[in-house]
Write a protein that binds this ligand. Structure first.
Ligand code: NCD
Length: 303
C-alpha cells in the first residue's frame, strides 16, 4: 500500500479488509481508553473547504492515540491568502508534521500534493473527486451494522458531484455489491466511473425513483445535493429538495435496512427518521474515529 491515501482506486480488497479489522481493535480507544501509540507524532490538517466531521474526527483520532495536531486554520488567515501555492505549503508543512490531511476544492489536489510531500498525504476530499477515508468508514459502518457480503445498496442524491459516492462505488464493486444508483438525470454518476465499475464486474442499475427499490435493499446511502459545485444556481434550484426520505417511504422497507449519510444533511432525510430503527448516520460519524485512527497509525508507521 502506498503511504499516501489518495483514491479508493488504489486499494485492493485485502488492504481494505486489513484496515477494517484493525479499526475494530481501535474502537475501545475511540470510546475513551488510553493509548500513547502516536505520542510524539504531529498531524497537520489543511482544510481549504468547510468540514466538521472529517477534521474533528481526525483530530480526535490523533489525540486519543496520544499525538498532537496542528491546523492551518482558515485559508484567509494563512499565507494561502498571500498567494502561496499548494505545493509550497505542502513542502513547508512536511517539515513540521508526520502526516498531512488535506481537503481542497480542486479535483486532483491531493494527488498533486503527494508529488511534493515527503510525509504521507491523506485526501480528505478533492473537489468532486474522491474521499477515500469517508469510504473506509462507510464500509466499516456496513460491516458493523449490516453485512458487507451479498449486499444490496442504493446510492441516492447527487451522484455527479458527490465525492463520497464516487469513492464508495469503487470499493463496493470490490465487494461484488448489487448497486442501484438513484439520481435525477442531470446528477447521474459520471460515465467514466460507471465504465470503470463495469470493467471491474460491478452489478449496477440506474433509476430516478427511490420508491421503486426501497423494498429490495439492505443499505440506503443518502447524499446531499452539492450546491457549491453547481456552475449555476438556477441549475441547483431545479434539483434542490428532489429526494426526501420520510417515515412514510420506509413503510415498504426491509426489516434489516440501514440508512447512512456522510453528513451534513440538508433536507434529504426527514428528522423524524432519526428515531426509526433504520437510522445509522450518527453511528456512522462515530465510526470515523476508529477508522481514522487506523489510517493515522499506518501512515505514521506505528502498526
Ligand atoms: C462529505 C464531503 O465533504 O464530501 N462530508 C463529509 O466529509 N462527511 C459530504 C458532503 O459534504 O455532502
Amino acid at each position: 500500500m502506498s503511504q499516501h491515501i489518495i483514491s479508493m482506486k488504489d486499494f485492493s480488497r485485502d488492504e481494505i479488509d486489513i484496515i477494517l479489522n484493525m479499526a475494530r481493535e481501535f474502537e475501545p480507544i475511540a470510546r475513551g481508553s488510553k493509548s500513547s501509540l502516536l505520542s510524539g507524532k504531529i498531524l497537520a490538517t489543511l482544510f481549504y473547504e468547510p468540514s466538521t466531521r472529517t477534521r474533528l474526527s481526525f483530530e480526535t483520532a490523533m489525540k486519543r492515540l496520544g499525538g498532537d495536531v496542528i491546523d492551518l486554520g482558515s485559508v484567509e488567515s494563512s499565507s494561502v491568502a498571500k498567494g502561496e501555492t499548494l505545493a509550497d505549503t505542502i513542502r513547508v508543512i512536511g517539515n513540521y508534521a508526520n502526516a498531512i490531511v488535506l481537503r481542497h476544492p480542486r479535483e486532483g489536489a491531493a494527488r498533486m500534493a503527494a508529488e511534493y510531500s515527503k510525509v504521507p498525504i491523506i485526501n480528505a476530499g478533492d473537489g468532486a473527486g474522491h474521499h477515500p477515508t469517508q469510504t473506509l468508514l462507510d464500509l466499516y459502518t456496513i460491516a458493523r451494522e449490516s453485512n458487507l457480503s451479498d449486499m444490496r445498496i442504493a446510492l441516492v442524491g447527487d451522484l455527479k458531484y458527490g465525492r463520497t459516492v464516487h469513492s464508495l462505488a469503487y470499493a463496493l464493486s470490490l465487494y461484488h455489491a448489487d448497486i442501484t444508483l438513484i439520481s435525477p438525470k442531470q446528477l447521474q454518476m459520471p460515465d467514466i466511473i460507471k465504465k470503470d465499475l463495469k470493467k471491474q464486474g460491478a452489478n449496477i442499475r440506474e433509476t430516478s425513483n427511490i420508491e421503486e427499490v426501497i423494498g429490495e435493499i439492505d443499505v440506503l446511502y443518502v447524499t446531499r445535493i452539492q450546491k457549491e459545485r453547481f456552475p449555476d444556481t438556477a441549475e441547483y434550484q431545479k434539483v434542490a429538495g428532489i429526494y426526501r426520505v420520510t417515515e412514510e417511504l420506509l413503510e415498504n422497507a426491509r426489516d434489516n435496512l440501514i440508512i447512512m449519510h456522510p453528513m451534513p444533511r440538508v433536507d434529504e432525510i426527514d428528522p423524524s427518521v432519526d428515531r426509526t430503527k433504520y437510522a445509522r448516520y450518527f453511528q456512522q460519524s462515530f465510526y470515523g474515529v476508529p477508522v481514522r485512527m487506523t489510517l493515522l497509525a499506518m501512515a505514521m508507521g506505528a502498526v
